[in-house]
Design a protein around this ligand. Structure first.
Ligand SMILES: NC(=O)c1ccc[n+]([C@@H]2O[C@H](COP(=O)([O-])OP(=O)(O)OC[C@H]3O[C@@H](n4cnc5c(N)ncnc54)[C@H](OP(=O)(O)O)[C@@H]3O)[C@@H](O)[C@H]2O)c1
Length: 392
C-alpha cells in the first residue's frame, strides 16, 4: 500500500469503519494503533502508520530488488541429466553465464538442431567425445548453433559491442551450452548477422553451413567449373553445400530421395540423382569433388568410384579405412575426413554469402523453446528438409 492509496476516511474517524484501525482493533502486522483526540473521536497515530508503511514499502522494495537481481542473474536452459530419450530433457532455471575475457554474452534468439545433438543426447560415449565435459559435470546443456544479440562484451573484445546481432557455432567440438537464453561465446567464433537474414535463418547457417564451407572450400578447394557431387543435397549440410559450390561457379549434382528433387533443383543444383532408383556411380564417374555425408562405408567406396582421377572426396560421416585408401590411391583421389570446427573467419564467409544473397537457409520447421525435445524427434527421422530451428 502506498500513501496516496490511503483512504481519507482512515485519518480521523467518528466510528470504526471496516478496514480502519482502532484501539481495540490492534493491527496484527505491527502497525501502530490509533490514539484518542479527547473528544470521543479516535485519532490515528498517522506518523506511526506512515513510518510503518515506509518500512513495509522498503521491505517490499528490497524483496522486489532481490527478485529483480535474481532474475537478472538467472535464465532458462534445457538441461540433460542423463543420456537417453527426449523425456530426459528438463527446462530449468539456472545461473546466467558471464562473459569472460575474449567472450561475449549473447541473448539467444534462435538455436538450430543437428543430428549430432540427438546423438549426444542418446549416447554417453558421443556426449563425452563431443561435449568434452569438465570432471564432475553431471548435468549438461547441449547445443552449439545460435543467433542472437550481444548483451555484454567481455574485456579484450573489440569486434563486437552490446546490441550487435551475431551468429555462430559455439565451441565445437566442445561444450557450446547453446540450449539456453544466454550463451557466453568466444568472440572469435562469431560473425555479425547480415541485416537481410532473420535470426532463425542465421542460427540455421552455423554448424551445417560451416561443415559445407570447411569441407568444400577449406579442404577440397572447390573452384569454378568443378563438377561437384553433393550427397544428401536436401538435408541440413547438403543444402548449404549445393549453394556454396554454386557460388564458386561449379557444376553441381545433388543426390536425394524422390521427394527432395524439386527442392534440390530450386537450390541451384544442375542435376539431381534419385538414390532410391539410380546408382550415382553409374551416372557420375568424373567428379572433381564428391561430398559424402552418408553413414555407410560402402557408400563412401562408391563415392571414390564417382570421383575422377586426381579428384577429391570429402567425408563428414563414414571413416576411410584400408579399402578406401587403396581405392583412392589407385585413382590418385585425395581423401578428406573432416570434423567441423568453430571458426569466426569461416563464419564471416558464410555471412558474406548470405548478405550477397548467394546462400539461403531453408528453415522447414520452427519450435518453441519448451518444445525443443520435439525438434530432436524431427532431426532423428533422417528425412529433414533443410534445417529446423528453435525460437526463443
Ligand atoms: N563431420 C562433421 O563435422 C559433420 C557436421 C555436420 C553433420 N555431420 C553428419 O552428416 C550427416 C548429415 O547431416 P545433416 O545435418 O545434413 O542431416 P539432415 O539434415 O538430417 O539430412 C540428412 C539427409 O540425408 C538424406 N539421405 C539419407 N540417406 C541418403 C542417401 N543414401 N543418399 C542421399 N541422401 C540421403 C536425407 O534425405 P532423403 O529424405 O532424401 O533421404 C536427409 O535430407 C549426419 O550424419 C551428421 O551427423 C557431420
Amino acid at each position: 500500500m502506498s500513501l496516496d492509496t490511503l483512504s481519507p476516511l482512515c485519518v480521523v474517524i467518528p466510528a470504526n469503519p471496516a478496514g480502519c484501525v482502532s484501539r481495540t482493533d490492534e493491527p496484527k502486522d505491527g502497525l501502530t494503533g490509533p490514539g484518542e483526540a479527547g473528544n470521543g473521536v479516535h485519532m490515528f497515530d498517522f506518523t506511526g502508520i506512515v513510518s510503518e508503511i515506509a518500512h513495509k514499502e522498503a521491505r517490499q522494495g528490497k524483496r522486489s530488488r532481490l527478485t529483480d537481481e535474481k532474475s537478472r542473474k538467472s535464465m532458462k536452459a534445457m538441461i540433460l541429466k542423463e543420456n537417453g530419450g527426449i523425456e530426459n530433457f528438463t527446462l530449468s532455471e539456472m545461473e546466467k553465464p558471464e562473459a569472460n575475457a575474449g567472450e561475449v554474452l549473447v541473448k539467444v534468439k534462435a538455436i538450430s538442431i543437428n543430428p549430432v545433438d540427438a546423438g549426444v543426447r542418446r549416447d554417453r560415449a558421443t556426449l563425452l567425445r563431443m561435449l568434452r565435459p569438465k570432471e564432475g559435470e553431471e548435468t549438461y546443456i547441449l547445443g552449439w548453433d545460435i543467433s542472437g544479440v550481444v548483451e555484454e562484451a567481455g574485456s579484450n573484445v573489440r569486434e563486437f559491442k552490446k546490441g550487435d546481432e551475431v551468429f555462430g557455432m559455439v565451441n565445437f567440438p566442445g561444450n557450446g551450452k547453446a540450449y539456453a537464453e544466454y550463451v557466453a561465446v568466444p568472440s572469435n567464433q562469431l560473425a555479425l548477422k547480415p541485416k537481410n537474414v532473420s535470426h532463425e535463418e542465421a542460427a540455421a547457417a552455423t554448424l551445417a553451413a560451416l561443415t559445407a564451407w570447411q569441407g568444400l572450400v577449406a579442404n577440397a578447394k572447390v573452384k569454378k567449373s568443378d563438377k561437384v557431387l553433393v550427397h544428401a543435397a536436401g538435408g541440413g549440410v547438403g543444402h548449404y553445400a549445393v549453394q556454396i559450390a554454386k557460388s564458386f561457379g561449379s557444376h553441381v549434382i545433388g543426390t536425394g530421395s524422390t521427394a527432395k528433387k524439386d527442392f534440390v533443383l530450386k537450390l541451384g543444383a544442375d542435376e539431381f540423382i534419385d538414390y532410391t532408383s539410380e546408382k550415382f556411380e553409374d551416372e557420375v564417374k568424373d567428379a572433381d569433388i564428391v561430398f559424402d555425408s552418408i553413414a555407410d562405408s560402402e557408400h563412401l567406396l562408391r563415392s571414390i568410384a564417382a570421383a575422377k582421377k586426381g579428384g577429391r572426396v570429402v567425408s563428414i560421416k563414414a571413416n576411410f579405412g584400408d579399402e578406401h585408401f587403396k581405392a583412392a590411391k589407385a585413382r590418385d583421389v585425395q581423401t578428406f575426413r573432416i570434423l567441423v570446427q568453430s571458426n569466426g573467419e569461416d563464419m564471416k564467409q558464410v555471412a558474406r554469402l548470405m548478405a550477397e544473397g548467394k546462400l539461403h537457409s531453408h528453415v522447414s520447421a520452427r519450435y518453441k523453446f519448451e518444445d525443443l525435445p520435439k525438434a530432436h524427434q524431427q532431426i532423428e527421422t533422417g528425412k529433414t528438409v533443410g534445417k529446423i530451428v528453435v525460437v526463443l
